[in-house]
Design a binder for this molecule. Structure first.
Ligand code: ACK
Length: 999
């Protein structure tokens, strides 16, 4: 009775709290095998004992739907074993099943008088079987799954307001041996209500990973087992790598491996492959999504893998589908040709339209003649295989080619074609090439290939040779150079292709070279040919008559010497004009250089002072080209000049290559005088044409701002440049810079131009370290200044004392400044006289002090500086002399440039000049160079004529005897000897006097 009353109470509570609902939602990875809440009607499970044990009770859930429960509550009686067995449950392929039991259990303590018999657990069993209708199963055949206890239990039977808890316990068990199984609940004396029993197994549900479908998969038998599953690619995709995944025991998919990719023309979208829309494409499997067709292409249907090019656009075989469609290039532009004898440099600009590509290549077509020939004229022929193209004829990446080995004086047509990756079979609509027709210049003849000797005698040999392969014009004459080995050479000229060489030494090997000359000049000498003369027992000279003749000649020579002095100037002019006889001998051991002093007969160009023009614009347009401002493209400001900004930029003139230029501009608000002074620099610069003088490109005067355009010098001014590169050059490099400057200064002084502001700051340096004299602003301006203005503007440290004192500006005062520039160069841009005041500098110079040698400066260079700083300006060397000295130093640097004069780090004292070693800039070599006779240098030195004194005795006969046989040369040398010697001796005397008294 009591038990029945407990049971009713329990059931009433279950219903009231609504803890069980029949409409339950199962997780997707659980497959239900049995759920008592969804079984319609009674369960009718087998109970043992059939009476007084488990009892089936119907209750209502919260939605008033009846559910079936089992209850038992035999707590008062000892030794209870009440069995309740479910119906057969098919396992449906599951290997491990889960049993979820919801139950309520009465706490024994809350039941009065049940001590010892009341239990709070029950047991769960299973039995595997293929028989779905087992009538009777022996209880001992069941296998125990677990003893189940309540986590929560109610303790009081206080029906009014008590809280009751429902227990949920889940157990799992492996069921692999039969098709199904039975479960059993054994009560051992507890008060229990089995509210629901839910039996299920777990699966990994169907899923798509990496575009592969994995089917619904039962989990494995063990709690730790992983079931390997192979996926299959979704529609319109293909395997990238075998797709695999593992189904874990809890119904979760694990470790996806491999996968599939969408076919081309399709893209992935939400685990499926979706077709590319019209206007889109997908060409490579590594691309993620479909892309819009690239420029100049289209697609007309869905699922496109490569878009088609629009009409007139193309794709090369190697172009990727993602690249826009492109076109062939238009023609190259602005073809410029520069003919140099039989070579031509062709340069052009890139085509206006590159067709959207970067793989442009050029090729050169070469035809002999001009395509627009008159009717009936000779057809254009290809140039032939002899013509050389550098770097190559076709496949050129650069816009420049040098064509050489062309025929002289011949008309050629060159066509530059442009092609790119889509040119094959397509055209850009316009002509893709540009042509130029030109005529090559004269060229020197090619070398004579071989020389034959005949009629060899003791003193002579007859030579003969063939005309050069490429005479490149009419051969005017041949020159034969010949010498005994290691001896000085002789030259003979002849108009025919043979020569009889006489006056040779017997039994001696001679080396012969021949070269041809046309109007275009000399060709190269042939390779050397050696022939030997026959033996001769007789001496050439040596009898008494000859000796007497020699003596007579010497005494006559002395008289001649004196006469020749007086007629020096006239003789010199006549001599310079004298031309060579076709069969005359010249003795030398170097090719004669061009005469160093310009011959008066050639006419020396003299600089014209622009201030002599009334109209400054007339002066500037006489000497400078007016440039249209639209041709100038200013890029940046590089400095500030006296009249305004100095900028760099580009200048592009019709038919000429674009060049980089410096642009000096005249600032706004200038006065007329400033404009005139500003433009005077251009008028001066425009008169010069020398590699060491800054080149004027032109002026802009017709619009504002007024500008002067000069060549651009990448390294800026010399002083700043040297300071930036302190200690980084070799002495030879520094001397090379000095040589450039003096060469420019010699040119200026030859043109009778006095610079007046020569200083390292006014020398500009280009990227090849070539130094150029610039800044021609001061020369005239100084002349106009008042005394006060003059003293403030004059660059004291660089200016010769006589120019400071009484404005005596001469080439010799420029020489003084040049000495200071030498010092600046050798000290890497040090300020001359450091921080001494101008007044102190003037005073020190006046007292005879001079700048000491800069650190590591070769003694000979410091000596040359001291020469430039001679107080008496007539004692300073000319620029020609300085040039010769520097050339000699450069040619023979080891002996001359090794000795340094300034081992001290930074000199603080100036050095007094004078002392026992007087300054001498005279040498046989540069004296002979100055008079254009340096081919006799070795002849004279070998004969002992090395000092001014020894030359005093030189006579015409002496000269004849040592091989100076040309009468005009003899005269010229004698005339000059007298002059040079006199002035030199005078100089030495003065210096010796100077050295004895303090200056
Ligand atoms: O020392 P820099 O760089 O060189 O600064 C000055 C500045 O302009 C003012 O005169 C520079 N400069 C002048 N003429 C030229 C030129 N032709 N090429 C390059 N720089 C120049 C000079």
């Amino acid at each position: 009775q009591m038990a029945a009353s407990f049971c009713r109470t329990t059931c009433a509570f279950i219903w009231m709290f609504g803890v069980v609902s029949a409409t339950r939602v199962y997780p997707p990875n659980e497959v239900t095998l049995l759920d008592t809440r969804t079984v319609p009607g009674e369960l009718k499970w087998a109970a043992n004992p059939t009476e007084g044990g488990w009892e089936e009770v119907s209750i209502m859930d919260e939605k008033n739907i009846p559910i079936r429960t089992y209850q038992v509550c035999n707590v008062m009686e000892p030794s209870q074993s009440n069995w309740l067995r479910t119906d057969w449950i098919p396992r449906s392929g599951a290997q491990r099943v889960y049993v979820e039991i919801k139950f309520t259990l009465r706490d024994c303590n809350s039941l009065p008088g049940v001590t010892g018999t009341c239990k709070e657990t029950f047991n769960l069993y299973y039995y595997e079987s293929n028989n779905d209708r087992e009538h009777y199963i022996r209880e001992s055949n069941f296998l125990k799954i677990d003893t189940v206890a309540a986590d929560e239990s109610f303790t009081q039977v206080d029906i009014g307001d008590r809280i009751m808890k429902l227990n949920t316990e889940v157990r799992n068990v492996k069921v692999t041996t039969r098709k199904g199984f039975y479960l059993a609940f054994q009560d051992v004396g507890a008060c229990i209500a089995l509210i629901s029993v839910h039996v299920f197994y777990k699966t990994c549900p169907l899923t798509i990973r990496n575009l592969a479908t994995f089917p619904d998969t039962n989990t494995g038998a063990d709690t730790s087992s992983l079931v390997e599953v192979r996926g299959s690619c979704v529609n319109q995709s293909e395997e990238r790598e075998e797709p695999k995944m593992y189904c874990g025991a809890d119904g979760e998919w694990l470790v996806p491996i491999g996968g599939c990719v969408c076919n081309l023309g399709y893209e992935e979208n939400g685990g499926a492959c979706q077709v590319c829309k019209v206007g889109f494409y997908r060409a490579v499997s590594t691309d993620g999504a479909c892309s819009e067709c690239p420029p100049h292409s289209h697609s007309e249907k869905a699922g496109t893998t490569v878009c088609d090019c629009n009409p007139g656009y193309y794709r090369s075989e190697t172009d990727p589908a993602s690249m826009p469609c492109t076109q062939p290039p238009s023609a190259p532009q602005q073809l410029i040709s520069e003919v140099n004898e039989t070579s031509v440099v062709l340069e052009w600009s890139v085509p206006l339209r590159l067709g959207g590509r970067t793989d442009i290549r050029y090729s050169v077509d070469c035809l002999l003649g001009s395509p627009d020939r008159p009717l009936g004229a000779q057809l254009c022929l290809p140039c032939g295989p002899d013509v050389l193209f550098s770097p190559q004829q076709s496949g050129l990446g650069a816009t420049r080619v040098c064509v050489s080995e062309l025929q002289a004086h011949t008309r050629y047509t060159f066509t530059i074609g442009a092609r790119n990756g889509v040119s094959q079979g397509h055209t850009a609509g316009a002509r893709e090439s540009v042509s130029v027709t030109l005529t090559t210049n004269q060229a020197a003849p090619s070398p004579v290939m071989s020389i034959q000797a005949s009629d060899v005698t003791r003193h002579g040999v007859s030579l003969a040779w063939q005309q050069p392969d490429r005479p490149n014009g009419v051969i005017l004459e041949y020159e034969v150079k010949y010498y005994e080995k290691e001896r000085s050479y002789r030259i003979m000229k002849t108009a025919s292709r043979s020569a009889d060489i006489t006056w040779l030494n017997p039994l001696t090997v001679y080396v012969f070279h021949v070269r041809a000359r046309t109007a275009a000049g000399y060709g190269e000498f042939s390779v050397p040919f050696e022939f030997s003369t026959n033996s001769d027992p007789l001496p050439l000279i040596g009898n008494a008559a000859n000796s007497t003749l020699l003596l007579l000649s010497i005494s006559g020579g002395v008289v001649l010497l004196l006469i020749s002095t007086t007629v020096f100037i006239i003789t010199e002019r006549i001599l310079m004009r004298a031309s060579l006889h076709p069969f005359q001998f010249i003795f030398s051991n170097h090719s004669p250089p061009p005469p160093l002093l310009p011959s008066p007969s050639e006419g020396v160009r003299i600089y014209v002072d622009p201030f002599t023009y009334e109209d400054p614009d007339q002066a500037v347009h006489e000497f400078a080209k007016e440039i249209d401002a639209s041709n100038i493209h200013i890029e940046k400001v590089i400095g500030i000049g006296e009249f305004g900004e100095v900028c760099s930029g580009c200048l592009r003139l019709q038919g000429k290559r674009e060049i980089y230029v410096a642009i000096k501009s005249l600032k706004a608000g200038y006065a007329d005088k400033q404009r005139r002074n500003f433009l005077s620099e251009a008028s001066i610069m425009g008169q010069f044409d020398h590699p060491n003088i800054i080149r004027l490109e032109g002026v802009v005067t017709r619009c504002k701002p007024v500008m002067i355009i000069t060549e651009y010098m990448e390294n800026g001014s010399l002083n700043t440049f040297l300071r930036k590169h302190d200690g980084q050059f070799t002495v030879i490099q520094l001397v090379g810079m000095l040589r450039g400057i003096v060469s420019g200064m010699k040119y200026l002084s030859d043109m009778s131009y006095v610079h007046r502001d020569l200083a390292a700051r006014n020398i500009l340096v280009n990227s090849n370290l070539v130094c150029k004299v610039s800044d021609f602003g001061l020369s005239r301006v100084l002349e106009d200044e008042s005394e006060a203005a003059y003293t403030t503007r004059i660059p004291i440290r660089w200016t010769a004392p006589e120019a400071i004192a009484y404005r005596k500006f001469t080439p010799a005062s420029d020489t003084w400044s040049y000495g200071v520039v030498m010092w600046e160069v050798m000290s890497y841009g040090e300020r001359p006289y450091w921080d001494m005041s101008n007044q102190d500098v003037i005073k020190a110079i006046d007292e005879g002090y001079r700048l000491p040698p800069p650190m590591d400066c070769p003694a000979c260079l410091h000596q040359l500086m001291l020469d430039c700083w001679q107080r008496d300006r007539t004692h300073r060397p000319s620029f020609t002399q300085i040039l010769n000295i520097l050339d000699k130093l450069i040619r023979n640097p080891t002996n001359t440039l090794r000795r340094t004069g300034g081992e001290r780090p930074v000199p603080t004292l100036l050095e007094p000049v004078g002392g026992p070693e007087f300054v001498s800039v005279w040498s046989v070599e540069y004296w002979l160079q100055a008079i254009g006779m340096d081919m006799y240098r070795d002849t004279l030195t070998a004969a002992g004529y090395t000092s001014p004194d020894s030359l005093l005795t030189l006579t015409q006969q002496d000269m004849a005897s040592i091989g100076i046989v040309t009468p005009s040369h003899q005269d010229q040398i004698l005339a000059s000897v007298q002059q040079v010697l006199l002035s030199h001796m005078q100089q030495i005397q003065e210096q010796m006097q100077d050295s004895m008294v303090p200056v």
